[in-house]
Design a protein around this ligand. Structure first.
Ligand code: ZN
Length: 152
């Protein structure tokens, strides 16, 4: 391994790649849940379409616009949860949010771990968790608390 190898650069490349070529972008005509969320701090907007079938996230797509962090995080999240049982998808979203507040996520987060640097910037954490909050609301509308409230 070369001495100027930088994990941070690798992370940045992964985030930029997702931002340039978002995975699972678009809408689902047969979505079982659709959630729109806004991060007023940064101006990020996301609409998440989820199709749950037989207790699994059968398909998931997102549209929206915002900063690179919010869009890359949404793209990575859709890849990570597609095909998972609903309970697993929710567990992943919650583990990611713990991860970004500096707690032990208690599991492997895959590419989402490239967003680790965001945890140093509280205002950016809202960008990175926007899609995950939308996922929670889509999959578990009764127990998730409203996160788009403007209580700053
Ligand atoms: Zn943002």
């Amino acid at each position: 391994m070369s001495s100027d190898f930088s994990l941070e650069e690798l992370y940045r490349e992964t985030i930029l790649d997702h931002n340039r070529s978002p995975r699972n972008r678009g809408q689902l005509p047969d979505a079982t849940a659709t959630v729109g969320l806004l991060n007023p701090t940064c101006g990020d907007q996301i609409r998440l379409d989820v199709k749950v079938d037989a207790g699994r996230v059968a398909d998931i797509r997102f549209t929206g616009h915002g900063c690179a962090i919010s869009m890359a995080s949404a793209s990575m999240m859709t890849e990570a949860v597609k095909g998972l049982p609903v309970s697993e998808a929710l567990a992943l979203a919650r583990a990611f949010k713990r991860f970004l507040t500096g707690e032990d996520p208690g599991r492997d987060l895959g590419e989402l771990e490239t967003l680790k640097g965001v945890s140093q910037y509280p205002s950016r954490v809202k960008c990175a968790t926007l899609a995950h909050n939308a996922l929670e609301q889509a999959l578990d509308p009764e127990t998730s608390s409203p996160t788009s409230a403007s209580s700053s």
